[in-house]
Design a protein around this ligand. Structure first.
Ligand SMILES: NC(=O)c1ccc[n+]([C@@H]2O[C@H](COP(=O)([O-])OP(=O)(O)OC[C@H]3O[C@@H](n4cnc5c(N)ncnc54)[C@H](OP(=O)(O)O)[C@@H]3O)[C@@H](O)[C@H]2O)c1
Length: 448
């Protein structure tokens, strides 16, 4: 083959998985206008070599553009075919995605994936395998979907010392909390609406318990700090304890409650914290206006200062756009040379337990409305070194609701306070216990 023929020949792509994202990708690659655009701008022509699915599903065949002749149920066989140059993994989960990705990398084929679960459990090993075989492992869609986050952190900010990344990286929980804040809906009503709109699964636990965001937080932390963080390392709190009343009180105090994924350096910087939890953000914080199913990632660099990347964090077409971008990069490298530098993994950084981190806290609790109760509650807080910045009492008939904002306090001290408060006969219920982020916000303990 002459170099000219070689340059002109198409890069052949195996698409593993043809669900929400895979089908949108196939449609985009086959679209003549988009194909022409890619060929002109990137100097490569993409061709679908095969599409692996699990079920022989006749509904797919009904779509006029769908290349039924390219479909196979033998994903492994497709990966191993000699006429496949690049493998796109859009199956999701660990098994068989991991084996297929490894097989592709070992065969010297670049891989594009949007699989956060896989990257947050085996990203380091897969990056090593890609490096050893001299191929790309690209995963822009895995965090923030269409929002360019991975490449900016990996390449544009490669010379920057990242201090903190705070993301709203789960559209479902952001939709639920936004609806509670904007429309006064309850948590349950908001979740039902998310499910009706297809934004939440019938079993919403992956979103509302923070598992999805934890995987993304692990990927963000690994990229930002050049270390290996896996999902199991991430401290995780869901949004299920947040009640409509908390959202309302937060608004009265000038805050919004947002589902955050936080990765930050702690103290002198050889230790980090990676965690997922809802938190109060000042209404003036850029992330506070990220509403509905939108995502955003707020980055603080030592020299670059603050920046925010914002956009659609889910949806088949949005994710497929990010996948296609990676595919063009991989194809360009294949035809014109080059390799995306692997994510830096210079150092093993220590993770700080969340109990050792300091921030102001918001607490709400329902207590028996009788003399001396407030003093008893304040006494418990004082015993644990948790000092009150602001409090309000609201009457609830024979009970009263106490709402506190604390000064900066250690997470462990607040947890100890709450455990002790729950033992008091006069405390009926301790509600949400939320960190206050932003300005003086969720930050490292001075002595951590
Ligand atoms: N959806 C989003 O908005 C979004 C955004 C960013 C990233 N992602 C990531 O993109 C990936 C795909 O998500 P999705 O929403 O497109 O998932 P999906 O709709 O559930 O599609 C999964 C596809 O994988 C196929 N599949 C499952 N097991 C297989 C096997 N053993 N061999 C071959 N094919 C198999 C399924 O085949 P059948 O069709 O026959 O069942 C289906 O076509 C996931 O990693 C996800 O986290 C998704």
């Amino acid at each position: 083959m002459t170099p000219t023929d070689h340059e002109r020949s198409a890069v052949r792509v195996a698409v593993l998985g043809c669900g929400n994202v895979g089908s949108a990708l196939v449609e985009m690659v086959l679209d003549p206008a988009s194909a022409r655009e890619i060929e002109l701008s990137a100097g490569v022509r993409l061709e679908i070599a095969g599409i692996a699915v699990r079920r022989a599903d006749a509904r797919r065949w009904a779509r006029p553009w769908f290349p039924a002749d390219l479909v196979t149920q033998d994903a492994k066989g497709l990966v191993e075919r000699d006429d496949v140059d690049v493998v796109v993994e859009l199956i999701g989960g660990l098994d068989p995605a991991r084996q297929l990705v490894e097989a592709a990398l070992r065969a010297g084929k670049s891989v594009v994936t949007g699989n956060k679960a896989l990257l947050a459990s085996a990203g380091g090993e897969l990056a090593d395998l890609a490096s050893a075989n001299g191929v790309d492992l690209l995963y822009e869609a895995a965090v923030g979907s269409a929002i360019p986050v991975v490449r900016p952190l990996r390449e544009s900010l490669a010379g920057e010392r990242i201090l903190r990344v705070i993301g709203i990286v789960n559209g479902t929980t952001n939709f639920i909390l936004s609806k509670m804040a904007g429309e006064g809906a309850t948590y349950e009503q908001s979740l039902l609406e998310a499910q009706r709109l297809g934004l939440a699964e019938a079993d919403p636990s992956a979103d509302v318990e923070g598992h999805d965001a934890a995987a993304k937080a692990a990927i963000l932390a690994s990229l930002a700090f050049g270390t290996d963080v896996v999902a199991a390392d991430v401290h995780r709190e869901g949004i299920t304890s947040v009640a409509q009343a908390d959202v309302r009180y937060a608004a009265q105090l000038g805050y919004v409650i947002k589902p955050l994924a936080v990765a930050e350096r702690v103290g002198s910087g050889s230790t980090i914290s990676v965690r997922v939890h809802p938190a109060l953000l000042p209404a003036s914080h850029p992330l506070a206006s990220v509403n509905g199913a939108y995502n955003a990632v707020f980055i603080e660099g030592e020299h670059a200062g603050e920046m925010m990347l914002y956009g659609q964090g889910a949806g088949g077409r949005a994710a497929a756009s990010a996948v296609l971008g990676d595919l063009v990069v991989a194809a360009r490298h294949l035809r014109h040379g080059g390799l995306t530098p692997p994510a830096s993994r210079r150092v093993a950084l220590e993770l700080v337990p969340v109990d050792d981190l300091e921030s102001p806290f918001y607490l709400s609790m329902d207590v028996i409305d009788q003399p001396g109760v407030l003093a008893a509650v304040a006494g418990v807080m004082g015993e644990h070194g948790v000092s009150i910045r602001w409090m309000e009492q609201k009457g609830l008939g024979h009970e009263a609701r106490l709402i506190f904002l604390t000064h900066r306090a250690r997470g462990g001290a607040v947890a100890g306070t709450v455990a002790r408060l729950r033992e008091l006969a006069v405390v009926d219920r301790v509600g949400a216990v939320l960190r206050v982020a932003g300005t003086d916000g969720v930050g490292p303990s001075q002595d951590a």
